[in-house]
Design a protein around this ligand. Structure first.
Ligand code: CA
Length: 305
């Protein structure tokens, strides 16, 4: 079971900072994840959200730059402006830490960085350690970016090509929640890279994709024509039975039946899926019962152990 470092070793350092990536690399992750969003000047940065306010000090540095909904959007800032921000552990709308047991909110000097910089950084770490860690980038909210006048997918594939990621055998999976966009990557860009369809919940409104239909045998089969794997939410592959014991939902089996890999997200020590009280039991269930090929985790070292 391969270890995908979800936003780096984000259980220990603020998500998507370069130190979090270096730590995940040292902890033995097989892949490092990059969530990718576009700036106003069409640069790509590594950040989980299209918003800045939950993981940076944007409201202090750029007061008055929020939209009417009170949120600060990456797409409203140029890269040079974003470089001045400090990145911190994720907070909720009230400013409290989402995971209180993690890295403290002490204003450490972590800065945002570009997608291109991170790919170079990973290559550097691979050289200096002699390891061959892959990358696992996600195109965030392509429909939103399009509505703002930016074709993020085109920019994203250009960066990958410039950085030498062009072939199916390269150590990379490209992931997206938007099924239409993944199909576009396959059909219109003739992309040979390995693709992963993420499966969300319709309530999240992450994209126009109907995830209920996608999870059916027919839905899986349709998408399997052009992807190599699926990234379901962990609660979509394992659920408690009437006695509270974890059992498969059948989704992992449906995906494996069409020859695709299963890469569930996200196994967290401090937010275990229902039916488990220990991280090790959840990891063992994924590996031995569901036989998933990879797992996203905030704690790469715990999976390795
Ligand atoms: Ca992601």
């Amino acid at each position: 079971m391969k270890v995908i470092a979800h936003r780096g070793a984000s259980g220990y350092l603020p998500e998507h900072t370069l130190p979090a990536k270096a730590l995940a690399h040292a902890m033995g992750a097989d892949y490092l994840e990059q969530d990718v969003v576009a700036t106003r000047d069409e640069e790509l940065i590594v950040l989980h959200d299209i918003h800045l306010d939950r993981v940076t000090d944007v409201s202090e540095q750029y007061p008055g730059r929020a939209r009417e909904d009170g949120r600060y959007y990456v797409i409203d800032f140029d890269l040079a402006e974003l470089r001045k921000l400090r990145v911190h552990e994720r907070v909720d709308a009230a400013g409290a830490a989402v995971y209180p047991g993690r890295y403290p909110l002490t204003g450490e000097p972590f800065a945002p960085h570009t997608f291109s910089e991170e790919l170079s950084f990973v290559r550097g770490l691979n050289k200096s350690t002699g390891r061959d860690v892959g990358v696992y980038p996600e195109i965030k909210r392509p429909a939103f970016h399009k509505s703002e006048g930016v074709d993020i997918t085109s920019l994203f594939l250009d960066v990958l090509s410039d950085q030498g990621y062009t072939q199916a055998s390269d150590p990379i999976f490209v992931q997206c929640f938007d099924a239409a966009e993944l199909k576009r990557i396959y059909d219109d860009f003739n992309c040979e890279l390995k693709l992963v369809q993420l499966i969300g919940d319709n309530a999240w409104q992450e994209s126009d994709t109907d995830y209920d239909a996608l999870r059916s045998a027919t839905g899986i089969e349709e998408v399997a024509a052009y992807v190599d794997g699926f990234g379901p939410w962990i609660r979509q592959v394992v659920e408690p039975d009437k006695d509270g014991r974890p059992v498969s939902t059948g989704l992992a089996e449906r995906i494996q039946a069409v020859g695709c890999e299963v890469h569930p997200y996200t196994l967290r020590r401090d937010d275990l899926p229902p039916g488990f009280s220990r991280f090790d039991d959840a990891a063992r269930f994924l590996r031995e019962e569901l036989k998933v090929e990879a797992v996203f985790t905030d704690f790469p070292d715990l999976i390795r152990a």
